[in-house]
Design a protein around this ligand. Structure first.
Ligand code: PFF
Length: 459
């Protein structure tokens, strides 16, 4: 193994660059596509409140745990688990959890890139005004036609992977940091532009009520667990992305401050995207609970019916594509940095070969909507199986591993030594440790027990 020392390892230029890159990883399809539709399905306000609680009590402590694991070890998940674990508390066996994270990153990017490709295609379709005319059913049908066409969906998956590979190929500061510095501010500008549009639209008040007026009779136990599970996905937890980004943190950066900033921006984007989308949905008198097709079927129909629809739809899908791209970059970085650190592989070669392998593996997901649509092991397509297994099992399990590792597998003094100079002090440290040791693992056990059917919760 060759583990770069702190001096030779590439680092972010400072805390701000790290926060931008980590926000880039966190803010993605999870915020703009998934959060609004699950909020719609679970009835709005009360679900949002529970989600905020999950982010604060489970998401943020694990985010901090991943950051500190990365910064302390100056290594990716495998090296980090191996080097930090106390010998009498599992020792090197912990690195198995690191390998699991690398595999999760590989598999997650293979289908994330397919959806990322759709957003690129939809941004281009909007530029060419393809949603400007046509009946609602014609516009809706465009999604099935696009995702069901093996050639075009392979092309968009390829475009998404080529750009992702290009950024990771260029390295931490010249590639990832630069992409985050350019794309994230643009992303926020587009989001504010869409929010501005929403405030001037009739459905805005109704959307605000829907999102922020809790009605607890709409909340189900299944909704609570969905909120908890989503807090992992949305903060990019449980598969080493934050560990590797944390490992590029200079020692003098603030961990608490960065974690709070990342949690804040990620939540801000999810809530704003929800408000924008529901404003448009309500202004057209539609129901909010249409599910996963909300972004690719409902939104284009709505854009076709409103003034400046093509412009808004271009802004919306470009924003989604940027968000997906900066998340895809962090997924590829987990896999690439593993081969660079553990096998001394050249970064360029690693980015090209592993990115290429993910592209080819991803074809199974691309074709799940066309040539392989009838191939359904375990009752779902390959794409469906991967999405289900990774989002519901692998990320919570990975998060559980990090929480137990940071809470119990490493000596407490090691953490205190790493965090004592942070100006939040000893009380914040104790609070973090308690949440990481007790609250987060218990919450994850609840999710997993629910999945195994011990707690059969109605939807
Ligand atoms: N956080 C991303 C999103 O919300 O879309 C998804 C993701 C990216 C999950 C990177 C995990 C990860 F490591």
């Amino acid at each position: 193994m060759s583990q770069a020392s702190e001096e030779t390892r590439e680092h972010w230029s400072g805390s701000l660059a790290f926060v931008l890159a980590a926000v880039g990883s966190a803010v993605g399809l999870g915020n703009v596509w998934k959060f609004p539709y699950i909020t719609g399905m679970h009835g709005g306000g009360a679900f949002v409140l529970v989600y905020l609680g999950c982010i604060a009590l489970v998401g943020l402590p694990i985010l901090m745990a991943e950051m500190v694991v990365g910064r302390r070890s100056q290594a990716g998940p495998v090296g980090a688990f191996r080097s930090l674990a106390a010998p009498d508390r599992g020792g090197k066996l912990w690195s198995i959890w690191g390998y699991f994270a690398i595999l999760t990153g590989f598999l997650l990017l293979s289908f994330y890139s397919v959806v990322g490709g759709w957003t690129v295609a939809y941004a281009l379709k909007s530029v060419f005004g393809q949603f400007a005319s046509g009946t609602p059913s014609e516009i809706k049908a465009m999604f099935g036609a696009y995702s069901g066409d093996p050639v075009s969906s392979t092309m968009s998956h390829a475009i998404f992977m080529v750009v992702t590979i290009g950024v990771v190929y260029s390295g931490v500061s010249k590639g990832i940091e630069r992409a985050a510095r350019t794309l994230m501010p643009l992303f926020f500008l587009l989001l504010i532009f869409l929010l501005g549009y929403a405030t001037a639209t009739t459905g805005f008040g109704e959307a605000m009520n829907f999102m922020f007026q809790p009605n607890f009779s709409d909340l189900t136990a299944a909704g609570i667990l969905e909120a908890l599970g989503h807090s992992f996905f949305t903060l990019s937890l449980g598969m080493g992305a934050v560990i590797i980004y944390g490992s590029y943190l200079p020692k003098d950066s603030t961990l608490y401050g960065s974690a709070i900033a990342i949690g804040f921006f990620d939540t801000f984007v999810a809530l704003t995207a929800g408000v924008v989308i529901f404003t448009i949905v309500f202004s057209q008198g539609m129901a909010p609970g249409s599910g996963p097709s909300l972004v690719f079927e409902t939104m284009p129909v709505l854009f076709s019916q409103i003034p400046y629809g093509s412009l808004l739809s271009t802004a919306f899908f470009t924003l989604l594509a940027f968000a997906a791209l900066t998340s895809g970059i962090s997924l590829l970085e987990v896999v690439v940095s593993f081969f660079v650190e553990e096998f001394d592989m050249d970064r360029h070669l690693a980015a090209l070969s592993l990115g290429g392998a993910i592209f080819f593996f991803g074809l199974l997901s691309v074709l799940s909507n066309s040539l392989l649509a009838d191939f359904k092991p375990f009752g779902a397509t390959i794409f469906g199986n991967l999405d289900y297994f990774i989002s519901n099992w692998a990320l919570p399990l990975g998060g559980f591993g990090v929480a137990v590792f940071a809470g119990w597998g490493v000596d407490r003094d090691e953490w205190w030594d790493e965090m004592k100079d942070d100006w939040f002090g000893r009380t914040a440290f104790r609070g973090w440790l308690f949440l990481t040791r007790v609250v987060a693992p218990l919450a994850i056990i609840l999710i997993l027990m629910n999945l195994m059917g011990f707690l059969s919760l109605e939807a």
